[in-house]
Ligand binder design. Structure first.
Ligand code: JFZ
Length: 441
């Protein structure tokens, strides 16, 4: 039989694929009811704050400074002594998140420099042991988030430029003084899983873990099945969000994109594959850096940020918007004023964003749609003509009004589509929202 010639090798490939479960994820993963609920709540939140903050912030040159300047570890090891965020105040940070209309925080528990910004017993390369500050800011932040009803996620870098057991080293390797040997299994099973156990045990209920850095060693066995199972066992509702830019693997709960809308790849490293099952997220920077960079004044305007959020929601995803606080714990006033403006805008337009899913009409240059219950929100972002013709939708439109003043909007619906007579754009308007009330049929 000719088909057997194809089927047999295919079966072998499939068997090998499942046997390699350690590399590919939690193969028999069935998300728990708590996890599925957490995914829905995640989708409802729509807007979060990404925070890159570490000892690198002292140098004001981004979170990659150790690598970019090709520093040795002897040099970088001097840095924690200068990190003393005496102005850090968890209340102020969480209040800013709320004022911005954000619902969650994802903060670097450790970045590629491997430096734990929390009280870790696994290694003394951490903030409590090495800095004059001596305290655990993630604990203070977690407590404050719980008090104020904000979800907290931990960014965790799997890539490590500091630990000798991160060996063999990956694509970002340079000679920084580490020995040419190390115990990869110990790095993953003892060091990394040990720290993850701490993060999932000592900070109350957390939103999840945002992984980054696997792209440094794409072909390595990262013991994902074991790590993912550990997380889900410790906190079933914690979401695993991997920034590996590949098709989601079993055990992962959210698909995240970096600096691109789902399915787009202007950044050059994202996948075109968009999961239809998992919640989606995309992250971006408020200026052009993740960690504090003193030379970066290229802030996005509130209008740009609002439009970005609308387009993201219309693409059925969350926006995780980054700021890099100063090493003293303060947040750049340029970030603060912009975030306040976005928050004010959201207090008027939030109904068309929070709790919605991507709408029935494909996003276009003209704008996007979102939907919630019996409402479809038509977000007109780039359209100057009085009539907007949209493709057909399954439901019958029973009414159309503008969001805000509630003025009636004329419309015609037939088999060819839906035509809206959109009100003229106001000067400097960010988004014109027409709310359609629909009846399923
Ligand atoms: C990663 C980090 O390296 C960066 O510092 C920041 O934390 C960001 C949110 O995530 O960015 C990446 C991810 C992937 C690649 C490069 C940078 N890549 O595939 O080359």
């Amino acid at each position: 039989m000719t088909t057997a010639r194809f089927v047999r090798p295919l079966l072998l490939v499939l068997i090998a694929f499942f046997l390699a479960g350690g590399a590919i994820g939690q193969t028999d993963y069935q998300p728990s009811p708590e996890n599925l609920q957490a995914r829905r709540e995640f989708q409802d939140m729509k807007f979060g704050m990404f925070i890159h903050w570490g000892v690198y912030s002292v140098l004001g040159d981004g979170e990659w400074v150790l690598h970019n300047r090709k520093l040795t570890l002897d040099e970088y090891n001097r840095l924690p002594a200068f990190f003393d965020p005496e102005k850090f105040d968890a209340k102020t940070w969480v209040a800013l998140v709320k004022a911005a209309g954000m619902k969650y925080i994802t903060i670097t528990s450790r970045h590629h420099d491997g430096f734990a910004m929390f009280d870790s017993k696994v290694s003394n390369w951490n903030i409590v042991h090495r800095t004059p500050y001596k305290k655990d800011p993630l604990k203070m932040l977690a407590d404050e988030c719980h008090r104020q009803g904000i979800k907290l996620f931990f960014y965790y870098s799997q890539l490590d430029w500091h630990n000798p057991d991160y060996y063999p080293r990956g694509a970002t390797n340079w000679d920084n003084g580490r020995p040419d040997h190390g115990d990869w299994n110990a790095y993953l099973d003892t060091y990394m899983d040990g720290q993850l156990r701490e993060l999932l045990t000592n900070y109350g209920p957390i939103g999840g873990i945002w992984f980054d850095g696997m792209w440094d060693k794409p072909d390595a066995d990262w013991h994902l099945a074991k790590t993912y199972a550990l997380i889900h066992q410790l906190q079933p509702a914690a979401l695993i969000i991997p920034n590996h830019h590949q098709k989601p693997r079993p055990g992962e709960d959210v698909q995240t994109f970096e600096r691109d809308l789902p399915g787009e790849n202007t950044a050059g490293f994202n996948t075109n594959y968009v999961s239809v099952q998992l919640p989606l997220e995309t992250c971006d920077t408020l200026n052009e850096n993740w960690g504090f960079n003193i030379g970066d004044s290229n802030y996005k305007s509130p209008a740009e940020l609002e439009r970005r959020l609308v387009r993201t929601a219309g693409n059925n995803a969350n926006l995780l918007l980054n700021i890099g606080p100063y090493p003293n714990g303060e947040i750049d006033p340029q970030f603060v004023t912009r975030l306040h403006e976005v928050g004010e805008w959201l207090s008027q337009y939030g109904n068309s964003i929070y709790g919605t899913r991507g709408g029935p009409i494909p996003p276009g240059d003209w704008g996007v749609t979102t939907q919630k219950a019996d409402k479809i929100y038509v977000h007109v972002l780039n359209w100057s003509a009085p009539l907007l013709a949209l493709p057909p939708i399954a439901e019958k439109v029973t009414g159309a009004r503008t969001l805000g003043d509630g003025a009636a909007v004329e419309f015609t619906q037939n088999a060819d589509g839906l035509i809206l007579k959109v009100p003229a754009a106001k000067k400097e308007e960010v988004d014109r929202v027409v709310v359609l009330t629909v009846k399923g049929n």
